[in-house]
Ligand binder design. Sequence first.
Ligand code: HGY
Ligand code: MN
Ligand code: MN
Length: 423
Amino acid sequence: MLATTKAEISIDRLREDLRCLAEIGREEDGGLYRMAFTPADMEGKDWLEKQMLEIGLETSRDGAGNVIGRLTGRDPEAPVLLIGSHIDTVPCAGVLDGTLGVLTGLECLRSLKEAGKVPQCSIELIAFSDEEGRFGGMFGSQAFAGRITPDTIHSASDLDGVKLSSVMEELGLDPWQALEARRDPRTIAAYLELHIEQGPVLSEEHLQVGVVEAITGLFKWSVTFSGEPNHAGTTPMPMRRDAFMGVADFAHELPRILDENGGEQSRATIGRVELVPGSANTVPGEARFSIDVRDTDETVMSELATSINKALSAIARRRRLTFSYETESWIHPVDCDPALVEGVETAAKKCGVRYQRMPSGAAHDAQIMATICPVAMIFVPSKGGRSHSPLEWTDYDDIEAGARVMLQAIEGFAFKGGEESES
Ligand code: HGY
Ligand code: MN
Ligand code: MN
């Protein structure tokens, strides 16, 4: 029996879901603080699982805390189509990064259920844990893709030194279960993720959708310069071993390093600096800082890593400091699957939206999933290119356009064998 109604996205339902989830973890400054495995993150996961149950999905959580909602297909044994993103945030985040992809996926499945449409293969909606890298980077999708080891569980900690394993245990979770979250790649057909662009391209070009062809790689280091704490008044300038001046020198060297070793897509950011002992009248004896470096070409990433290492070493010598660094994460750049990208582009054409093909300057769970299955991404514009900030926003008509393309892409992939409705 053919399905009688067409599945339609309801922007009103999606707007209401966005509004509800945006209340979880919001603080006085208007930003969201749903960092991985905080009470707010767990409250968000509980809220999401409740919505999944309400629309009739079978829900589960794996050992990495990923939240999964399943719409079973006509062939329950067929490899599944995975859709999703993340609902954890950076500190003082906006309401859309990651969240929009998960809630758009929820609305797509809700509209399919409402229209009584049963996909050929099952579709699973997933909210991955700790995409934002509080504990390194993409913990949930790395666990799902079988890319974590006992050492990850043992050593992962955040920039305040809080260990992942302790935080999970405090939540009643067994961190070692994350090693069981690995999904057999043979059970996954593809992964599709809608995400805000987090850059200015689509909004400047007045486009509604980005069809992502490649996703940038990144590495994150936590670096420590060690010098000598001393009195700010009695220590003559030439006699200082000032750890902060090491960071200052390095920051000035970054443009040269990028010019000499980077390319068009190269980015480098010092996002956090901590000085010890941190009092106004003491020369800093220690400076701990983060470096986030990105490029779509892994060779360039390696060259930047070598050049940064040399620069840190030269500065340490010049300033009579010592330095050390930890690689918190190294995430490979990936190309999206050409056939899946083609499917997304066909969906964009069918929906009649203004779109373009483009790379992603942000990292995403999709690039971890690319290690086990074909992936593609759909971008919607970020107003003014802003993200990782409460100013992050996408107009509802662009959200609706992106959601329609997502639904069309899902139908193009998961309903290949024609349509059938729930009896
Ligand atoms: O940092 C990123 O690119 C992503 O938002 N986690
Ligand atoms: Mn994100
Ligand atoms: Mn982010």
